[in-house]
Write a protein of this length. Structure first.
Length: 285
């Protein structure tokens, strides 16, 4: 697949950019990045799309899956890669990316969130969702559509709900294909939160790509997370929840300058300033 020149107008770099680790969201897998990778590769960016354990991959059981399981899995990958990496996390993959950045700061150059869960340290997405819903009319997205295993350790997304919410702006055939590839998600890898410090995660350049037509993570929720974890550069895309499938060219144009380091600056100062101006207790998220 060769990306159209207009969709990836950045020249291929003579200096090799950081490898990009692509972290999928709940119920998905590395396949979710297939349409985006060629656009990034055209600029010389090497991409590694991970398959998180438990999402139909590996031998671990549902009860064995946790955020630490994800960290161990990605940590082994990082140990094999030379130099630093950039992280890109989609949806709940943003929580995983945050934890990776905090725990492996010396290996990470920057982090991008795509309609991602960019949450305050130690705070769960469900907490932010509940508090925003208390004061504004928002959609609970896919949460209210989930089907659960008898022991409550695993959730699945019904086909119709996946097409209508997760892949709402994809062509019908693509939405159906993506929905059919979703796998059950262990709850130990879904109900997670990451803790971080300003000195590690907080010192990294960050990009937040918000999806303005997202039916899964309401735009009000995306913007509340930006307020709660200030300091990120923000790009808006007129897409649904999964722009890497529905509009990979638009997403690539948003990501590439950041991943090539063209927008890097001392964002640790921005983070510290924003945090002082937007100090929130966990009860006020």
């Amino acid at each position: 697949m060769t990306p159209p020149a207009a969709a990836a107008p950045y020249p291929k770099m003579s200096e090799v950019p950081d490898t990009v680790i692509l972290i999928h969201g709940a119920w998905q897998g590395s396949w979710a990045w297939n349409a985006l990778v060629p656009y990034l590769s055209a600029t010389g960016i090497v991409c590694v799309a991970v398959d998180l354990p438990g999402n139909g991959h590996g031998s671990a059981t549902d009860t064995e899956i946790s955020l630490q399981t994800y960290l161990d899995h990605i940590g082994k990958l990082l140990a094999k890669l030379p130099g630093k990496v950039s992280l890109v996390g989609h949806s709940a993959g943003g929580i995983v990316a945050t934890a990776v950045a905090e725990n492996f700061r010396e290996k990470v150059s920057r982090i991008a969130f795509i309609a991602g869960m960019m949450l305050p340290s130690g705070v769960a997405f469900a907490t932010v969702q509940k508090n925003v819903a208390a004061t504004a009319a928002i959609s609970y997205g896919i949460t209210s559509e989930l089907q659960w295993s008898a022991d409550g350790q695993q959730s699945s997304v019904p086909l119709a709900a996946a097409k209508a919410i997760l892949f709402s702006d994809c062509p019908t055939e693509l939405a159906t294909s993506a929905a059919e590839r979703l796998t059950p998600q262990p709850e130990g890898g879904r109900a997670i939160n990451a803790t971080f410090t300003p000195e590690r995660f907080g010192s990294l350049p960050r990009l937040y790509v918000e999806a303005t037509k997202d039916r899964s993570i309401d735009l009000l929720l995306q913007r509340r997370m930006q307020e709660l974890v200030p300091g990120a550069l923000v790009v808006s895309l007129p897409t649904g929840h999964t722009p890497q499938l529905s509009a990979p060219d638009l997403l690539a144009n948003s990501l590439i300058p950041f991943l090539l380091g063209e927008t890097d600056c001392n964002l640790s100062d921005r983070f510290a300033q924003g945090k002082s101006e937007n100090t929130q207790s966990k009860t006020g998220v």
